[in-house]
Write a protein that binds this ligand. Sequence first.
Ligand code: LLP
Length: 433
Amino acid sequence: MILYEHFKINSKGHLEIGGCDSVELVEKYGTPLYVLDENKIRENCRAYKNAVKKYFGENGGEIAFASKSLSFKGIYKIIADENLWTDIVSPGELQTAKEAGFPLENAYFHGNNKTDWDIEYGLDNNIGVFVVDNMEEIDVLNQLCGKHGKIQEVLLRISPGIEPETHAKITTGGVDSKFGIAVGTGQALEAAGYILEKKNLNLTGIHCHIGSQIFDVQPLLDTADCMLEFAKDVKNKYNYEIDIINLGGGFGVKYIDSQQSLNIDEGVKAIAEHIKIKCGELDIKTPKIVFEPGRSIVANAGATLYTVGTNKKITGYKNYISVDGSMGDNPRYALYEAPYTIVAANKANEKSEITAAVVGRCCESGDFIQEDVELPDLKRGDILAVLVTGAYNYSMAMNYNRLPRPAMIFVGDGGSRIAIKRETFEDLMRNEI
Ligand code: LLP
């Protein structure tokens, strides 16, 4: 196995994913290719569902999949099948979920700048819960609900002023942030009062998300404290009880050997125990707890397969292995210098001989998939697999240099099926007149 049980090396020395030989997958579907192990996604969903049930009770909690991490029709079908809610952040995600048949009454609608049109579209489609982010949204949502003759359930997004140890570009809970309304300045408490005055809004709870790729549970416990204290303040000031606390996502995932995923069961257990004690201390009822994981549901179910084109050795400098994908299908190194494990999928048992930068085919010097990768001395035609690419790869993919986005397949129990077709030239020019 490499990193996780479901990435195996078979008797031919090939990487195997979901019981499928990666070299055979490449022969069948071509490269670059996103591969998703469906069983692993379901396993991750169940780990969350079971943990919440175990530590918060049958109806004490809920899991909503943060679909910004991976949004396409096939994933919403799995999420619905596993009885998870979802979180959407744009009308495009809403539409994708809708066309997949996802029950939109089980969706949270996020976003720091929902347009009037977005809000109306959400209302037209009976989105379950709006997560209101700012004062303008409170006004517009209330007014449009009036027009639609609706009372809309809302959560208030608060920012607790907690910045976990993760990449600065993926923290979201600081006071100095575009997301939510700050608790520390007193503005969040005012906003809660403002919602309570609105006759078309029903404030059932509060939401918080402090960041992504968090390995330590402590900042999540601190966030829970902040939210529960806020719930107590709301009770004291407005004589109103908050029913739901949505703690966001953020559970960290192992991309390289030196990392350790935040264990889902242990993380949920620690948070549940902490919340129960805190609610006792504050003398408030234990609210329903919602988690909104994205990365930890889909990241480790994914891998991307590429074909090697060149192995350039610069005398006195490093090697460059160029592949037929790019920062266009995985922008995470270019954006965050995110670490990945890369293996030679057709030579997985061969020993490493070179240290190379794995680069893409974009006309851009920063087009790195990864630096300092230990690999066999690869040749044109060899296959590279980048592991743990299920989250924030396809969903952040782009067409720079007019590179069509890769196909995506599901694998499982030795079988494979196409989930998203490879983009064509026609797709690239679809909207051009
Ligand atoms: N809920 C909210 C409101 C969020 O903003 C996010 C992520 C999540 C849930 C899911 O967090 P997760 O469980 O996936 O950590 N593009 C970046 C990640 C940005 C995350 C933004 N918000 C990356 O590639 O690392």
